[in-house]
Write a protein that binds this ligand. Structure first.
Ligand code: GDP
Length: 470
């Protein structure tokens, strides 16, 4: 465990009112006490009580004032890192904060690695690993949902849940082990029935957590959505309407060979990442021009397809091609131009879908709504349909715990796999020690979420993704 003193700029390095330099470690207070003086030019930081803030100056080696500052002192263990911590609030602006940081380094601190403060908070037992990861999620939160889940996770929601499950598992392990050690006093008669019930309920809980992982990821990062439809049905009008809700952020999708763009759009509480918006804007016909094949690959990447139809012109063979494309995908058909005389009725769309797929529209996971991109009508209904389709009609912030981290999801999957093994051993009436091996594995897998039983390498990797100063 390193205890040397680290320092970093904790605020964004840009033009700003104030900037904060954070210093943590055994020598934090004595280091800053060499470079900070009060109005009477006294260097007394060493003598200040914990959790106090002081007005004064940071001075250079020549004793000249560098900046006017407020310095706060937080003594171990009542600080973020559980170490002695000093925060220097100086004037903002990249130049000044860097200058003060360099002065702190000159006085004996080392520049912190990304995430090193939070890593120390974890290693010193102030927070568990899921809470540390929540800190990072909070910083990167892109929408209200992501913000709320990470705040909850930071306050220990995932930790509590994982601990509750692990307590139940360890109880069973302990029971089996003690019964095996002391068969005269502890009987395993009828135990397998009890364990079977326990395994079932634990599996249910783990499955619920897994289900939340997919919802959580989509709520946090957005639903990958593709808009398809024939020429002139109103795809770009719809896109513009959606984009108009809020300024869209255009991002490259990393790791794909295709040169496609994703645009982030907020529709009420939902975030949609619309794929290939350039394709919609630039090609006359997403199906004919870029080819059904390409539209197909793009759709394969999508969680949701918005299929725009012009309800004022009859359906034709192009619609048949598109219906083939949307099979087995969550799709919403938007009967656009509801302000014009209706030519395409819902019934004819239903018939088309049955004709091609042999299954009803509902069985194909396809819902249908009427909109008018021109009159800006139907976006509320669209939002509700999406919630219906993905989040059972509601996004609950309060009771549900969302697992929104891939690492956590993998651990839950492993735990579930181990519980399945316990089930198999039970079904095959294997000896009791078989149960405890798999129960132990489940216990260990869940432990990794909160940072127990994790390797140093993994810890280092997780924290390296943090930004500087956190
Ligand atoms: P795209 O080729 O599918 O992207 O279709 P556009 O968005 O370019 O729209 C084609 C034409 O339909 C344009 O003239 C739009 O103004 C018009 N349009 C789009 N949506 C509506 C609508 O809801 N009602 C009416 N009346 N016209 C619309």
């Amino acid at each position: 465990m390193k205890t040397d003193t680290i320092a970093a700029i904790a605020t964004a390095v840009s033009d700003s009112g104030i900037g904060i330099i954070r210093v943590s470690g055994e020598k934090a207070i004595s280091i800053v006490s060499h470079i900070y003086c009060n109005q009477k030019k006294q260097y007394l930081l060493n003598s200040y009580p914990s959790h106090t803030i002081h007005y004064g100056f940071v001075t250079g080696q020549d004793g000249k004032v560098i900046d006017e500052v407020m310095v706060s002192v937080m003594k171990a263990p009542r600080s973020y890192t559980k170490e002695d911590t000093v925060e220097i609030n100086c004037h903002g602006g990249a130049l000044m904060v860097k200058k003060i940081l360099m002065r702190v380094v000159e006085a004996g601190a080392r520049i912190a690695e990304p995430g090193e403060f939070t890593k120390r908070a974890f290693l010193n037992g102030r927070i568990d690993l899921s809470e540390a990861e929540a800190v990072m999620d909070l910083i990167h939160a892109k929408n209200e949902f992501a913000l709320r889940t990470s705040v909850k996770q930071l306050r220990g929601s995932v930790y509590k849940k994982v601990k509750e499950l692990r307590d139940q598992i360890i109880y069973e392990i302990a029971f089996i082990e003690s019964a095996l050690d002391d068969p005269e006093h502890i009987s395993l008669d009828g135990y397998t029935d009890r364990l079977s019930k326990k395994v079932l309920s634990l599996k249910e809980e783990l499955e619920k957590l897994l289900a939340s992982a997919d919802d959580g990821k989509m709520l946090k990062e957005g639903i990958r959505t593709v808009i398809v439809g024939k020429p002139n049905v109103g795809k770009s009008s719809l896109l513009n309407l959606l984009v108009g809700q809020e300024r869209a952020i255009v991002t490259d999708i990393a790791g794909t060979t295709r040169d496609i763009l994703e645009e982030t759009i907020h529709l009420g509480e939902i975030t949609l990442n619309i794929i290939d918006t350039a394709g919609i804007r630039n090609t006359e016909d997403i199906v004919e021009k870029i080819g059904v094949e390409k539209a197909k690959t793009i759709s394969e990447d999508a969680d949701l397809i918005l299929y725009v139809m012009d309800s004022s012109v009859p359906l034709d063979e192009n619609d048949e091609d598109i219906v083939r494309l949307i099979q087995d995908k969550k799709t919403i058909i938007l009967l656009n131009k509801s302000d014009l005389t209706e030519v395409v009725e819902e019934k004819s769309v239903d018939d088309l879908i049955v004709g091609i797929t042999g299954k009803s529209r509902e069985d194909n996971n396809v819902s249908m709504i009427k909109i008018s991109a021109r009159e800006k009508e139907g976006l509320d209904t669209l939002e509700n349909s999406i919630k219906e389709m993905f989040f059972y009609g509601q996004i609950s912030y309060n009771d549900q715990i969302y697992i929104s981290n891939v690492r956590h999801k993998e651990a839950v999957m492993e735990a579930l796999e181990s519980m399945n093994q316990v089930q198999v051993s039970l079904d095959n009436e294997m000896p009791e020690d078989f149960y405890s091996i798999d129960l132990m594995n489940a216990y260990a897998s869940l432990g990794r979420i909160i940072g127990e039983e994790v390797e140093d390498d993994l810890v280092n990797e997780i924290f390296s993704k943090f930004c500087m100063g956190k």
